[in-house]
Design a protein around this ligand. Sequence first.
Ligand code: DX5
Ligand code: ZN
Length: 216
Amino acid sequence: MKHLIAPSILAADFANLQRDIEMINNSEADWFHIDVMDGVFVPNISFGIPVIKAIKKHAKKTMDVHLMIVDPDRYITDFKNAGADILTVHYEACSHLHRTIQAIKAEGMQAGISLNPHTPIAVLEDIIQDLDLVLIMSVNPGFGGQSFIENTYKKIIQLRDLIDKSGSKAVIEIDGGVNATNCPKLVAAGADVLVAGSFVFKSENPSETIKVLKHC
Ligand code: DX5
Ligand code: ZN
């Protein structure tokens, strides 16, 4: 499949959110990537359910919600009601991942697990069959605008191998420090979805930058 591009709303202009959402609607982007941070799992607070509801009113593409929060089980139904199509939780934030993944699916959403840069791919061995998506963090979660961690390529290759061997249908999403230079290498390694925040929104022409990433 041709790789997908998911611009991260975290880097948008929050005072002009509707304008930035329309830019994504009218661009070659595939998904909206929406980062929720609680100030506990990660050392930053972003935005929550009311803002996601507001985004949903205007967004015409898949809502890909990345939860960087502890105890996500408490809010699964709320995120569904807010408009999430894909809900991704962190491996490091869940004690009963299998239950969490089943609960996300029971709400009719696609279920993803995200791994921090230090977490090996091997921890997914017994749950990969249940997943729709694996998000590999290519920076430490919490902030946009950080530098890409090179060890990510190795993890993509390992994950692709695990997915192929298990017959899982999970797609591989990469999040953090994505730009036009690493884009072709990430796709060649086996990435299906690329999240890009700063590289898109800090560029002169965000729509054109999305196009560059889509065709890298
Ligand atoms: C970081 C978030 C990312 C972030 C990526 O914790 O998960 O989605 O917005 O931003 P850039 O592309 O600027 O690294
Ligand atoms: Zn993210």
